[in-house]
Write a protein that binds this ligand. Structure first.
Ligand code: AMP
Ligand code: ZN
Length: 112
């Protein structure tokens, strides 16, 4: 399948990886919008949050374990934001499930 994040997960396309196991990969966003900005993705192709179901939700749960682990390692104790843009109107540009993790700046709410 011609999917950018499947290729990053397999190592076919290089990335600055922060973490990897058999289920998930975390790597730095190529166009960071915060001093800390990385993405956590499942290795298996799931298109977006809209495709999470009873059969694959443990993979999404595992991504959140990775997020908590990296937040501790990177000492994000002041806080961080997790975002998953889902679908066209929300601005999803890569159709492979990913969680943005952003930290070390101020964040507005509601998100723009
Ligand atoms: P989204 O627009 O929410 O689908 O997020 C996709 C993210 O992937 C954007 O923040 C991009 O900067 C990031 N991105 C695109 N290509 C790469 C790449 N080759 N390596 C790392 N991050 C990437
Ligand atoms: Zn994919």
């Amino acid at each position: 399948m011609d999917c950018l994040f499947c290729k990053i997960a397999s190592g076919e396309i290089p990335s600055e990886k922060l973490y990897e196991d058999e289920i998930a990969v975390a790597f730095k966003d190529i166009n960071p919008t915060a001093p800390v900005h990385f993405l956590v993705i499942p290795k298996r192709h799931i298109e977006s949050c809209a495709e999470i179901n009873a059969e694959n939700s443990s993979v999404a749960g595992h991504c959140f374990e990775v997020i908590a682990r990296l937040a501790k390692e990177l000492k994000l104790e002041k806080g961080f934001r997790v975002v998953s843009n889902t679908g066209e109107q929300a601005g999803q540009s890569v159709p492979h499930l990913h969680f943005h993790v952003l930290a070390n700046r101020e964040f507005g709410w509601p998100a723009g």
